[in-house]
Design a protein around this ligand. Structure first.
Ligand SMILES: [Zn+2]
Length: 289
């Protein structure tokens, strides 16, 4: 079984507010153990978290070896105040504060830095990317500060231009990466970056009744085209489902994500080897010194 390269163990897959209420005072260990058990049952031995504000993923990292799981986490994700990201992390106003957050996550036992360079897709309207994207110069500084400390960078990024800017800044993985173009995929192919497209965060919503299926299907078709092109161009890719997000349960999420990859690219040894190599790079998201 492949590892889960993008999960949020503090989330439950159906109700974000409830997840926050549950863990706000202190991480609820019994719930973390339930989710780790779900991974163990499916033979998942590697999980990389995308962050939370309550120390839930840091506790999961401590408990995970009991379930035979290697668990990597940034602790919290880091966003610029006023931009997207509060849902999974802590904010900064300037680079000095950003650096302070990087130091703090290392002190708390985090493995790498998770940054948010854009918003998310707005399924309530037309699927546009919410909020403002960070300036390319700022992203470059953020990546440098992390790399100078021997930390890898996982970047939540949507939109072709933002992907190009993040990749050229040197991020080590791009999460989501919706609305790619041939140019942005080409850029990824030329750099040692891994793309974790989290396809099921869109596909699992089709038919749930909360959003327009026509819109979701249109976005899913775009992802399919990008994925095929990325594979042809030999872009490094890894499976991650954003487990914990709406309609993406822990454990099942990565099984679903694998199924979507297989439907689009086939399930031959070439695809499997490609995904294993991509995941191998995600395994290196631990402090290098
Ligand atoms: Zn995420």
């Amino acid at each position: 079984m492949f590892g889960e390269c993008h999960a949020h163990i503090f989330m439950n897959g159906y109700n974000y507010r409830l997840a926050v209420a549950t863990h706000r005072a202190a991480p609820r260990e019994s719930l973390i153990r339930e989710k780790l058990k779900a991974y163990q049952k499916l033979g998942v031995t590697f999980v990389r978290d995308g962050g939370d504000r309550f120390g839930v993923s840091l506790l999961a990292k401590k408990l995970a070896p009991e379930y035979g799981i290697t668990y990597l986490t940034p602790g919290y994700a880091i966003h610029k105040n006023g931009c997207y990201g509060h849902v999974v992390g802590e904010g900064f106003d300037n680079l000095r504060e950003y650096e302070g957050l990087v130091k703090k996550l290392v002190a708390q036992g985090g493995d790498f830095v998770k940054i948010m360079t854009t918003g998310i897709l707005d399924f309530d309207t037309d699927g546009h990317i919410t909020g403002q994207r960070l300036a390319a110069t700022e992203v470059r500084e953020m990546v440098k500060i992390a790399h100078d400390r021997g930390l890898k960078v996982m970047s939540h990024t949507n939109g072709a231009q933002a992907v190009i800017e993040a990749v050229e800044a040197g991020v080590d993985s791009v999460e989501h990466g919706n609305y790619q173009t041939e140019e942005s995929l080409e850029c990824m192919a030329e750099h040692p970056v891994v793309w974790v497209p989290t396809l099921v965060t869109v596909r699992n919503l089709i038919g749930c009744g909360r959003f327009s299926d026509a819109l979701l299907e249109q976005i899913a078709r775009g992802q399919r085209t990008s994925l095929q092109m990325a594979y042809q161009k030999k872009v490094s890719m890894a499976l991650g489902s954003d487990a914990g997000a709406y309609m993406v349960p822990h454990g099942i999420g990565i099984v679903d994500e694998q199924a979507v990859f297989y439907r689009i690219l086939g399930d031959g040894e070439g695809v499997n080897a490609h995904l294993r190599r991509g995941e191998g790079k995600i395994h290196l998201f631990t402090k290098s010194s």
